[in-house]
Design a binder for this molecule. Structure first.
Ligand code: TMP
Length: 212
């Protein structure tokens, strides 16, 4: 460990449509990493516990109306308000598993017709994930799963557009996992993809920033 190569925690992001299984896979991954003796935390965006998060939550449950640009910036602000804590955790060696991040921000807002570059702009400078895992599911399949339809975006037609927007966002570095496999298989694939990334960060891979 010479020069500026400081050991740190990995920033791992899970993305996917609503009902793709991100939340249960994130918590399984947390258990796995902790079992290996790592310090790890599970985060999610939106973080509904803050003031900004409560505005977002009220919007999502259709209790308030906001202009598309305004809600987009609130989602982004909700990440910015957690940025310094995020960096501190990573630098002190904690792995962060994050259920949704800037990619959700861009995919959901551009699915409404907002310009994609405009959507990406407020995310510039946030910590970049070391790994993005996309849980891939057909919108129709996701809709068949339980609990769909309660919140604002949980509609098949809209999720189809979101799926399309995610497609134009991802690059070769994303790990795409078929979300219709048995959950144990998804879990295994996820564990395999994550370990490499955790090691590289432990060895001192520098933290980078969006959009890179
Ligand atoms: P959740 O169900 O994972 O809590 O997310 C709530 C909804 O908010 C989900 O439909 C995705 C959407 N969303 C955005 O539109 N922009 C964002 O930046 C994030 C993080 C989520």
């Amino acid at each position: 460990n010479g020069g500026n190569s400081e050991s740190r925690g990995a920033l791992i992001v899970l993305e996917g449509l609503d009902r793709s299984g991100k939340t249960s896979q994130s918590s399984r991954l947390l258990t796995y990493l902790e079992g290996l003796g790592h310090s790890a935390e599970l985060w999610r965006f939106p973080d509904r516990s803050t003031n900004v998060g409560q505005m977002i939550s009220s919007y999502l449950s259709n209790n308030s109306q906001l202009d598309d640009h305004t809600i987009h910036l609130l989602f982004s602000a909700n990440r910015w308000e957690k940025r310094s804590l995020m960096e501190t955790k990573l630098k002190t060696g904690t792995i962060l598993i994050v259920d949704r991040y800037s990619y959700s921000g861009v995919a959901f807002s551009s699915a409404k017709g907002l310009d994609i570059e405009w959507c990406k702009a407020p995310e510039i400078g946030l910590p970049a994930p070391d790994l993005v895992v996309y849980l891939d599911i057909q919108p129709e399949k996701a809709a068949e799963r339980g609990g769909y339809g309660a919140e604002r975006y949980e509609q098949l037609e809209f999720q189809r557009k979101v799926a399309h927007c995610y497609q134009s966002l991802h690059d070769a570095s994303w790990k795409i996992i078929d979300a219709c496999q048995p959950i144990e298989d998804i879990e295994k694939h996820l564990q395999e993809s994550v370990l490499d990334c955790v090691m590289t960060c432990q060895k001192g891979k520098p933290l980078s920033y969006l959009w890179s």
